[in-house]
Design a protein around this ligand. Structure first.
Ligand code: K1U
Ligand code: ZN
Length: 169
């Protein structure tokens, strides 16, 4: 198992639209294991393949308290969204130290393949629903800061670039 480097905003590769996974084979199973290890190491509740510079439709999530219930969603598709939304305070492993409100559906239904290649229908609300929406945005090349005002987004971009320059010194 390997820990994978996570791309940081404003890296342009975060805006790549992911392609469907063609087959759940040994390469994909190894990628899932590496992404789960990377998510736990980074103390995140989710991770999209886009964030580790793999542009295929694959996400991993674990919203359990015990951090022992990883979910793998391959080729996820939203099949239903609730009529109601809420403002969710969220962060992102690709934008460390930044938290802000994003409007999310209260509940979603998602069709996806699991890590064994079996089709699953997942009904989610609460933190799981918020996390699924955040990770599916990554697969579309969308980072949560894009929902914020241009002024906030530019301030975050400047802050991130400064932090990255300082880390390189
Ligand atoms: O995709 C990511 O960058 C992971 C991200 C997922 C996420 C967080 C909050 C709302 C929706 C999706 C994180 O895990 S950010 C950091 C985090 O550790 C966290 C956030 C909320 C609850 C618990 C942990
Ligand atoms: Zn994120």
């Amino acid at each position: 198992m390997a820990l994978l480097p996570i791309l940081c905003f404003p890296d342009p590769r975060l805006h790549t639209v992911a392609k469907p996974v063609a087959a759940v084979d040994a390469r994909i199973r190894a990628l899932c294991a590496d992404m789960i290890a990377t998510m736990y190491d980074a103390k995140g509740i989710g991770l999209a393949a886009t964030q580790v510079d793999v542009h295929e439709r694959l996400i991993v999530i674990d919203v359990s308290e015990e951090r022992d219930a990883p979910l793998v969603l391959i080729n996820p598709e939203l099949v239903w969204t609730s009529p109601t939304t809420h403002l969710n305070e969220e962060g992102c492993l690709s934008v460390p130290g930044v938290y802000d409100g994003v409007q999310r559906f209260d509940a979603v239904r998602v069709r996806a393949l699991d890590g064994a290649g079996q089709s699953r229908l997942i009904e989610a609300d609460g933190l799981l629903a918020d996390c699924i929406q955040h990770e599916m945005d990554h697969l579309m090349g969308r980072v949560f800061v894009e929902y914020l005002s241009p002024l906030k987004r530019n301030r975050i971009k400047t802050k991130m670039l400064k932090a990255q320059r300082e880390a390189e010194r």
